[in-house]
Unconditional design. Structure first.
Length: 301
């Protein structure tokens, strides 16, 4: 069922242009607005009680409210829906959670600007990718300074495709929903410089720890294995390296530009992003092959 849902959703996602009604960001924003209006998530009050205790309580509340929709969906699947309806529901949820229409549009605009040789526009589109989730020190990702458009794109592609797929494979639609809602909330709190930004970042560090290492393993399998393997082994069990750094460092080793591509990159800024996007696409195929293998041996339903 999971493999069928993945194949169906990935095919539709490539063929159909999503409207906001078919993307998680709309519903995540509505859910955050509901929680804030009800006073369930709010900024800490520094003049009341212990600030440390307040931070801990607020963080736990945030984690619970992010997990609650996934738990509710899991209960509905288990107690209400049958096998066929669960397949339909999981496919719909995965379709809503996976992909990013805004990211696709920015990528296309960047390619057009690169073809024109408009470096100023390329820089503008790089900024539009959004680096907020990469600016915290040790609570989710690393600083975005010095990273190229292609590296940022690789990270966002991971967050909106590979990570969602892995959480779906591990926990079904509830897993994909929990990850997507947590990712969207972390980005929103970071953009707003919310007091819970660090707590959300720590959650994302935990949620990305295993998926980013599985994803980068797929990249080294689909790319330059011997060059990327030492870098992967170096970061495999490190708990102090942000997921953003792990992904960008290993992807840079797995797919290095050839001398000809380096020359073309000087004239056309789209060369590197195209190379890294191809690597990401091959990695998605690798994940699908592994999923098919696990399904055949009965490890996945």
């Amino acid at each position: 069922m999971m493999l069928m849902s993945l194949l169906l959703v990935l095919s539709l996602e490539r063929l159909i242009t999503k409207t906001p009604n078919w993307h998680i960001e709309k519903y995540a924003a509505q859910y955050r607005s509901f929680l804030q209006n009800k006073g369930l998530i709010k900024a800490r009050e520094k003049d009341e009680g212990s600030e440390e205790e307040s931070d801990k309580t607020s963080s736990l509340a945030l984690y619970f409210y992010l997990l609650f929709p996934a738990l509710l969906l899991g209960v509905i699947e288990y107690w209400v829906l049958g096998a066929f309806l669960t397949f339909i529901e999981q496919s719909v949820v995965l379709f809503i959670c996976i992909g990013c229409p805004v990211l696709r549009a920015v990528y296309k605009n960047f390619l057009n600007a690169a073809e024109r040789g408009d470096l100023q526009a390329c820089s503008m589109y790089t900024d539009q990718l959004g680096h907020c989730a990469s600016q915290t020190e040790s609570d989710g990702t690393a600083g975005a300074e010095g990273k190229s458009f292609g590296q940022h794109l690789t990270w966002l592609n991971y967050q909106h495709y590979a990570a969602v797929m892995l959480w779906f494979i591990a926990f079904g639609a509830p897993g994909a929903l929990f990850y997507s809602l947590s990712r969207s909330t972390t980005e929103a709190l970071c953009d707003a410089d919310h007091p819970l930004k660090a707590a959300a970042g720590r959650l994302m560090f935990a949620l990305d720890y295993i998926p980013v290492r599985v994803t980068t393993f797929g990249m080294l399998m689909m790319g330059h294995f011997s060059r990327a393997l030492p870098e992967w082994l170096k970061h495999a069990l490190q708990f102090d390296v942000p997921a953003y750094d792990v992904l960008t460092r290993i992807s840079a080793k797995a797919e290095v530009l050839t001398p000809d591509e380096h020359l073309k990159q000087a004239e056309n800024a789209a060369v590197e992003p195209k190379v890294l996007v191809k690597l990401a696409k091959r990695n998605v195929i690798f994940l699908l092959v592994i999923t098919a293998g696990l399904t055949l041996v009965g490890s996945l339903a």
